[in-house]
Design a protein around this ligand. Structure first.
Ligand code: 3PG
Length: 355
Protein backbone atom coordinates (compact mmCIF):
# COMPACT_ATOMS: atom_id res chain seq x y z
CA UNK A 1 0.00 0.00 0.00
CA UNK A 2 1.24 3.47 -0.87
CA UNK A 3 0.77 6.14 1.75
CA UNK A 4 -0.81 9.49 0.81
CA UNK A 5 2.50 11.01 1.95
CA UNK A 6 3.96 9.58 -1.27
CA UNK A 7 1.72 11.75 -3.46
CA UNK A 8 4.13 14.26 -4.96
CA UNK A 9 2.01 17.27 -5.73
CA UNK A 10 -1.45 17.70 -4.29
CA UNK A 11 -1.89 21.35 -5.28
CA UNK A 12 -5.01 21.79 -7.36
CA UNK A 13 -5.67 18.03 -7.47
CA UNK A 14 -9.09 16.54 -6.92
CA UNK A 15 -8.84 13.60 -4.55
CA UNK A 16 -11.69 11.11 -4.18
CA UNK A 17 -11.60 9.72 -0.64
CA UNK A 18 -13.66 6.66 0.35
CA UNK A 19 -14.40 6.92 4.05
CA UNK A 20 -16.49 4.75 6.33
CA UNK A 21 -18.76 7.19 8.11
CA UNK A 22 -21.42 4.51 8.53
CA UNK A 23 -22.33 5.65 12.04
CA UNK A 24 -25.50 5.33 14.12
CA UNK A 25 -27.90 8.21 13.45
CA UNK A 26 -31.03 8.83 15.52
CA UNK A 27 -33.58 11.63 15.06
CA UNK A 28 -31.24 13.37 12.63
CA UNK A 29 -28.26 13.29 15.02
CA UNK A 30 -25.05 11.24 14.94
CA UNK A 31 -25.01 9.08 18.08
CA UNK A 32 -21.38 7.94 17.95
CA UNK A 33 -18.82 9.96 15.98
CA UNK A 34 -15.79 7.68 16.56
CA UNK A 35 -15.46 6.76 12.86
CA UNK A 36 -15.87 10.37 11.72
CA UNK A 37 -13.13 11.55 14.10
CA UNK A 38 -10.80 8.83 12.81
CA UNK A 39 -11.37 9.91 9.20
CA UNK A 40 -10.49 13.57 9.70
CA UNK A 41 -6.62 13.49 9.68
CA UNK A 42 -6.43 12.14 6.10
CA UNK A 43 -8.88 14.72 4.76
CA UNK A 44 -7.14 17.52 6.66
CA UNK A 45 -3.75 16.46 5.29
CA UNK A 46 -5.02 16.45 1.70
CA UNK A 47 -6.71 19.85 2.05
CA UNK A 48 -3.71 21.42 3.81
CA UNK A 49 -1.53 20.29 0.94
CA UNK A 50 -3.71 22.04 -1.61
CA UNK A 51 -6.15 19.34 -2.75
CA UNK A 52 -9.90 19.47 -3.09
CA UNK A 53 -11.52 16.40 -1.51
CA UNK A 54 -14.58 14.58 -2.79
CA UNK A 55 -15.94 12.17 -0.21
CA UNK A 56 -17.55 8.86 -1.02
CA UNK A 57 -19.41 7.22 1.85
CA UNK A 58 -22.30 4.91 2.58
CA UNK A 59 -24.81 5.09 5.39
CA UNK A 60 -27.01 2.13 6.22
CA UNK A 61 -27.36 -0.99 4.12
CA UNK A 62 -29.56 -0.02 1.20
CA UNK A 63 -28.59 3.53 0.28
CA UNK A 64 -31.85 5.11 1.42
CA UNK A 65 -30.36 6.85 4.47
CA UNK A 66 -29.88 10.61 4.36
CA UNK A 67 -26.22 11.51 4.92
CA UNK A 68 -26.91 15.13 5.98
CA UNK A 69 -26.48 14.50 9.76
CA UNK A 70 -23.06 12.95 9.06
CA UNK A 71 -21.99 15.89 6.89
CA UNK A 72 -23.01 18.32 9.65
CA UNK A 73 -21.09 16.35 12.26
CA UNK A 74 -18.02 16.17 10.02
CA UNK A 75 -17.86 19.94 9.50
CA UNK A 76 -18.57 20.56 13.20
CA UNK A 77 -15.62 18.36 14.18
CA UNK A 78 -13.14 19.22 11.44
CA UNK A 79 -13.67 22.96 10.91
CA UNK A 80 -12.61 22.44 7.28
CA UNK A 81 -14.07 24.73 4.65
CA UNK A 82 -17.03 23.54 2.60
CA UNK A 83 -15.25 24.79 -0.55
CA UNK A 84 -12.50 22.25 0.03
CA UNK A 85 -14.52 19.18 0.99
CA UNK A 86 -17.51 17.97 -0.96
CA UNK A 87 -19.68 15.04 0.03
CA UNK A 88 -20.96 12.94 -2.85
CA UNK A 89 -24.22 10.98 -2.49
CA UNK A 90 -24.67 7.84 -0.39
CA UNK A 91 -22.80 5.42 -2.67
CA UNK A 92 -25.21 2.60 -1.92
CA UNK A 93 -28.00 4.57 -3.58
CA UNK A 94 -26.35 3.72 -6.92
CA UNK A 95 -27.15 0.50 -8.71
CA UNK A 96 -23.84 -1.23 -9.32
CA UNK A 97 -22.05 -0.20 -6.10
CA UNK A 98 -22.39 -3.58 -4.44
CA UNK A 99 -21.90 -5.44 -7.74
CA UNK A 100 -18.63 -3.51 -8.30
CA UNK A 101 -19.92 -2.46 -11.71
CA UNK A 102 -17.38 -1.11 -14.21
CA UNK A 103 -19.72 1.65 -15.32
CA UNK A 104 -20.23 2.98 -11.82
CA UNK A 105 -16.52 2.63 -10.98
CA UNK A 106 -15.73 4.76 -14.04
CA UNK A 107 -18.35 7.28 -12.94
CA UNK A 108 -16.76 7.55 -9.48
CA UNK A 109 -13.28 7.80 -11.04
CA UNK A 110 -14.38 10.78 -13.13
CA UNK A 111 -14.94 12.75 -9.94
CA UNK A 112 -11.20 13.20 -9.37
CA UNK A 113 -7.54 12.64 -10.31
CA UNK A 114 -6.46 10.45 -7.39
CA UNK A 115 -8.23 7.86 -5.21
CA UNK A 116 -7.62 7.35 -1.50
CA UNK A 117 -9.09 4.50 0.53
CA UNK A 118 -9.43 5.46 4.17
CA UNK A 119 -12.31 3.10 4.83
CA UNK A 120 -10.72 0.05 6.45
CA UNK A 121 -14.06 -0.99 7.91
CA UNK A 122 -15.68 -1.42 4.50
CA UNK A 123 -12.61 -2.84 2.75
CA UNK A 124 -13.93 -6.39 3.09
CA UNK A 125 -16.53 -5.41 0.47
CA UNK A 126 -15.51 -5.63 -3.19
CA UNK A 127 -17.70 -2.66 -4.07
CA UNK A 128 -17.29 -0.05 -6.85
CA UNK A 129 -16.26 2.72 -4.41
CA UNK A 130 -13.76 0.42 -2.69
CA UNK A 131 -12.27 -1.86 -5.36
CA UNK A 132 -13.54 -0.79 -8.83
CA UNK A 133 -12.38 2.82 -8.64
CA UNK A 134 -8.97 1.81 -7.24
CA UNK A 135 -8.30 -0.12 -10.46
CA UNK A 136 -8.82 3.03 -12.53
CA UNK A 137 -7.20 5.94 -10.64
CA UNK A 138 -3.74 6.16 -9.02
CA UNK A 139 -4.63 4.84 -5.58
CA UNK A 140 -3.31 5.36 -2.07
CA UNK A 141 -4.03 4.36 1.52
CA UNK A 142 -5.26 6.98 3.99
CA UNK A 143 -3.84 7.31 7.50
CA UNK A 144 -6.63 5.36 9.23
CA UNK A 145 -6.34 2.45 6.81
CA UNK A 146 -2.56 2.39 7.38
CA UNK A 147 -3.02 2.50 11.15
CA UNK A 148 -5.49 -0.38 11.07
CA UNK A 149 -3.20 -2.56 8.99
CA UNK A 150 -0.10 -1.73 11.06
CA UNK A 151 -1.74 -2.30 14.45
CA UNK A 152 -3.90 -5.30 13.66
CA UNK A 153 -0.99 -7.04 11.95
CA UNK A 154 0.82 -7.13 15.31
CA UNK A 155 -1.40 -10.03 16.36
CA UNK A 156 -0.52 -12.38 13.50
CA UNK A 157 2.91 -11.13 12.43
CA UNK A 158 5.40 -12.39 15.05
CA UNK A 159 3.09 -11.62 18.01
CA UNK A 160 4.51 -10.93 21.47
CA UNK A 161 3.94 -13.59 24.14
CA UNK A 162 2.17 -14.28 26.42
CA UNK A 163 -0.62 -13.44 23.98
CA UNK A 164 -4.22 -13.44 25.23
CA UNK A 165 -7.16 -13.40 22.83
CA UNK A 166 -10.58 -12.57 24.29
CA UNK A 167 -13.49 -13.32 22.00
CA UNK A 168 -17.15 -12.67 22.70
CA UNK A 169 -20.33 -11.67 20.91
CA UNK A 170 -22.43 -13.99 18.78
CA UNK A 171 -22.32 -15.26 15.15
CA UNK A 172 -20.42 -18.45 15.76
CA UNK A 173 -20.01 -19.25 12.06
CA UNK A 174 -18.15 -15.99 11.33
CA UNK A 175 -15.88 -16.38 14.35
CA UNK A 176 -14.95 -20.04 14.02
CA UNK A 177 -12.01 -19.37 11.63
CA UNK A 178 -10.68 -16.84 14.14
CA UNK A 179 -10.88 -19.26 17.05
CA UNK A 180 -9.02 -21.90 15.05
CA UNK A 181 -6.32 -19.49 13.88
CA UNK A 182 -5.70 -17.88 17.27
CA UNK A 183 -5.63 -21.20 19.11
CA UNK A 184 -2.42 -21.62 17.12
CA UNK A 185 -1.05 -18.07 17.43
CA UNK A 186 -2.06 -17.10 20.98
CA UNK A 187 -1.24 -18.65 24.35
CA UNK A 188 -4.81 -18.43 25.65
CA UNK A 189 -8.14 -17.92 23.90
CA UNK A 190 -10.92 -16.95 26.28
CA UNK A 191 -14.39 -17.36 24.79
CA UNK A 192 -17.32 -15.48 26.34
CA UNK A 193 -20.64 -14.03 25.17
CA UNK A 194 -23.08 -16.14 23.19
CA UNK A 195 -20.14 -17.97 21.59
CA UNK A 196 -19.33 -19.55 24.95
CA UNK A 197 -22.84 -21.02 25.18
CA UNK A 198 -22.08 -23.27 22.22
CA UNK A 199 -18.88 -24.48 23.82
CA UNK A 200 -20.53 -25.02 27.21
CA UNK A 201 -23.33 -26.96 25.53
CA UNK A 202 -20.88 -29.12 23.59
CA UNK A 203 -19.09 -29.71 26.89
CA UNK A 204 -22.28 -31.23 28.31
CA UNK A 205 -23.48 -28.18 30.31
CA UNK A 206 -27.11 -27.09 30.33
CA UNK A 207 -27.40 -23.57 28.84
CA UNK A 208 -31.17 -23.21 29.28
CA UNK A 209 -32.75 -20.53 27.10
CA UNK A 210 -29.40 -18.90 26.20
CA UNK A 211 -28.63 -18.01 22.61
CA UNK A 212 -26.84 -20.79 20.71
CA UNK A 213 -25.95 -21.60 17.13
CA UNK A 214 -27.47 -24.91 16.09
CA UNK A 215 -24.71 -26.29 13.91
CA UNK A 216 -21.71 -28.07 15.35
CA UNK A 217 -18.79 -26.50 13.44
CA UNK A 218 -16.44 -29.14 14.86
CA UNK A 219 -16.54 -27.71 18.37
CA UNK A 220 -15.77 -31.04 20.03
CA UNK A 221 -12.25 -31.10 18.64
CA UNK A 222 -11.53 -27.56 19.86
CA UNK A 223 -12.70 -28.42 23.37
CA UNK A 224 -9.64 -30.63 23.79
CA UNK A 225 -7.30 -27.70 23.17
CA UNK A 226 -5.74 -26.60 26.49
CA UNK A 227 -5.44 -23.00 25.30
CA UNK A 228 -9.21 -22.67 25.05
CA UNK A 229 -10.67 -21.05 28.18
CA UNK A 230 -14.39 -20.95 28.96
CA UNK A 231 -16.31 -19.11 31.71
CA UNK A 232 -16.05 -20.92 35.05
CA UNK A 233 -19.15 -19.14 36.33
CA UNK A 234 -21.98 -17.17 34.75
CA UNK A 235 -24.70 -14.66 35.59
CA UNK A 236 -28.13 -16.06 34.71
CA UNK A 237 -31.50 -14.40 34.41
CA UNK A 238 -34.44 -16.42 35.70
CA UNK A 239 -37.96 -16.45 34.30
CA UNK A 240 -39.15 -14.00 36.96
CA UNK A 241 -36.43 -11.54 35.91
CA UNK A 242 -34.17 -12.05 38.95
CA UNK A 243 -30.47 -12.72 38.43
CA UNK A 244 -28.07 -15.16 40.04
CA UNK A 245 -24.41 -16.14 39.77
CA UNK A 246 -23.85 -19.85 39.17
CA UNK A 247 -21.16 -22.28 38.23
CA UNK A 248 -21.26 -22.81 34.47
CA UNK A 249 -22.51 -26.38 34.87
CA UNK A 250 -25.41 -25.46 37.16
CA UNK A 251 -27.61 -23.51 34.75
CA UNK A 252 -31.26 -24.64 34.66
CA UNK A 253 -33.49 -25.22 31.64
CA UNK A 254 -35.56 -22.06 32.16
CA UNK A 255 -32.58 -19.74 32.75
CA UNK A 256 -30.66 -17.50 30.35
CA UNK A 257 -26.94 -16.80 30.61
CA UNK A 258 -26.43 -13.04 30.32
CA UNK A 259 -22.83 -12.54 31.45
CA UNK A 260 -19.74 -14.29 32.74
CA UNK A 261 -19.42 -14.46 36.53
CA UNK A 262 -16.98 -12.85 39.03
CA UNK A 263 -14.62 -15.84 39.27
CA UNK A 264 -14.17 -15.78 35.50
CA UNK A 265 -13.59 -12.02 35.64
CA UNK A 266 -10.93 -12.42 38.31
CA UNK A 267 -9.20 -15.12 36.33
CA UNK A 268 -9.25 -13.05 33.14
CA UNK A 269 -8.00 -9.95 34.94
CA UNK A 270 -4.99 -11.97 36.09
CA UNK A 271 -4.28 -12.97 32.50
CA UNK A 272 -4.70 -9.37 31.34
CA UNK A 273 -2.07 -8.27 33.88
CA UNK A 274 0.48 -10.88 32.84
CA UNK A 275 0.04 -10.74 29.04
CA UNK A 276 2.32 -8.86 26.68
CA UNK A 277 -0.30 -8.75 23.94
CA UNK A 278 -4.09 -8.71 24.31
CA UNK A 279 -6.58 -8.78 21.47
CA UNK A 280 -10.28 -8.43 22.20
CA UNK A 281 -13.29 -8.76 19.96
CA UNK A 282 -16.91 -8.83 21.09
CA UNK A 283 -18.70 -8.32 24.42
CA UNK A 284 -18.66 -11.08 27.04
CA UNK A 285 -22.32 -10.75 27.97
CA UNK A 286 -25.76 -9.76 26.70
CA UNK A 287 -25.08 -6.11 27.40
CA UNK A 288 -28.46 -4.95 26.09
CA UNK A 289 -30.08 -6.98 28.92
CA UNK A 290 -27.81 -5.72 31.67
CA UNK A 291 -25.00 -8.20 31.00
CA UNK A 292 -22.28 -5.56 30.53
CA UNK A 293 -20.56 -5.60 33.93
CA UNK A 294 -17.85 -8.20 33.24
CA UNK A 295 -16.94 -6.59 29.91
CA UNK A 296 -16.64 -3.16 31.56
CA UNK A 297 -14.50 -4.43 34.46
CA UNK A 298 -12.09 -6.24 32.15
CA UNK A 299 -11.93 -3.32 29.70
CA UNK A 300 -10.96 -1.08 32.64
CA UNK A 301 -8.30 -3.57 33.69
CA UNK A 302 -7.00 -3.57 30.14
CA UNK A 303 -6.55 0.21 30.22
CA UNK A 304 -4.01 -0.35 33.02
CA UNK A 305 -2.23 -3.27 31.34
CA UNK A 306 1.45 -3.02 30.50
CA UNK A 307 1.15 -5.13 27.35
CA UNK A 308 -0.05 -4.09 23.90
CA UNK A 309 -3.87 -3.79 23.94
CA UNK A 310 -5.87 -4.06 20.74
CA UNK A 311 -9.65 -3.79 20.53
CA UNK A 312 -10.84 -5.53 17.41
CA UNK A 313 -13.85 -3.36 16.65
CA UNK A 314 -17.56 -4.10 16.62
CA UNK A 315 -19.90 -3.73 19.60
CA UNK A 316 -17.04 -3.50 22.10
CA UNK A 317 -16.13 -0.13 20.60
CA UNK A 318 -19.56 1.34 21.38
CA UNK A 319 -19.05 0.38 25.03
CA UNK A 320 -15.57 1.90 25.03
CA UNK A 321 -16.96 5.15 23.59
CA UNK A 322 -19.65 5.20 26.29
CA UNK A 323 -17.00 4.67 28.95
CA UNK A 324 -14.86 7.43 27.37
CA UNK A 325 -11.74 5.29 27.45
CA UNK A 326 -11.08 5.06 23.69
CA UNK A 327 -7.64 6.67 24.07
CA UNK A 328 -6.43 4.22 26.71
CA UNK A 329 -5.63 1.27 24.45
CA UNK A 330 -2.76 0.73 22.06
CA UNK A 331 -5.32 0.58 19.25
CA UNK A 332 -9.10 0.50 18.79
CA UNK A 333 -10.19 -0.72 15.36
CA UNK A 334 -12.99 1.09 13.51
CA UNK A 335 -14.10 -2.11 11.79
CA UNK A 336 -16.72 -4.72 12.52
CA UNK A 337 -16.90 -7.46 9.89
CA UNK A 338 -13.79 -6.06 8.19
CA UNK A 339 -11.71 -6.46 11.35
CA UNK A 340 -12.80 -10.07 11.74
CA UNK A 341 -11.97 -10.82 8.10
CA UNK A 342 -8.62 -9.06 8.33
CA UNK A 343 -7.69 -10.88 11.53
CA UNK A 344 -8.47 -14.22 9.95
CA UNK A 345 -7.12 -13.72 6.41
CA UNK A 346 -4.43 -11.02 6.85
CA UNK A 347 -5.76 -8.86 4.01
CA UNK A 348 -8.98 -7.55 2.43
CA UNK A 349 -10.16 -6.92 -1.16
CA UNK A 350 -9.97 -3.12 -0.72
CA UNK A 351 -6.36 -3.42 0.53
CA UNK A 352 -5.14 -5.94 -2.04
CA UNK A 353 -6.20 -3.64 -4.87
CA UNK A 354 -3.99 -0.83 -3.53
CA UNK A 355 -0.82 -2.90 -3.95
C1 3PG B 1 -19.71 -1.45 9.00
O1 3PG B 1 -20.53 -0.73 9.56
O2 3PG B 1 -19.19 -2.46 9.52
C2 3PG B 1 -19.22 -1.04 7.65
O3 3PG B 1 -19.61 0.25 7.36
C3 3PG B 1 -19.69 -1.99 6.60
O4 3PG B 1 -21.06 -1.94 6.53
P1 3PG B 1 -21.85 -3.09 5.77
O5 3PG B 1 -21.85 -4.28 6.67
O6 3PG B 1 -23.23 -2.53 5.52
O7 3PG B 1 -21.12 -3.38 4.51
Amino acid sequence: MQSIKKIKNLKGKKVVVRVDFNVPVKDGKVEDNFRIKKGIPTIEYLVKNGAKVIILMHLGKDGSSDITPVIKEFFRLSKLSKDKVEFYKNVRSFKGEEENSKELSKGFAKLGDIYVNDAFSVSHRAHASVVGIAKILPSYAGFQLEEEVKNLSMVFDKPKHPFLFILGGAKFSTKMPLIKKYLKLADSVFVGGALANDFLKANGCEVGMSLTDTEGYGIDKLLKNKKLLLPIDVLVQKKDGTKEIKNSHQVLKDETIIDIGPQSVEYLNGLVKSSKLILWNGPLGKYEDGGDLATKIILKEMTKARGITIIGGGDTVALISDMKIENKFTFVSTGGGATLDFLSSGTLPGIKVLK
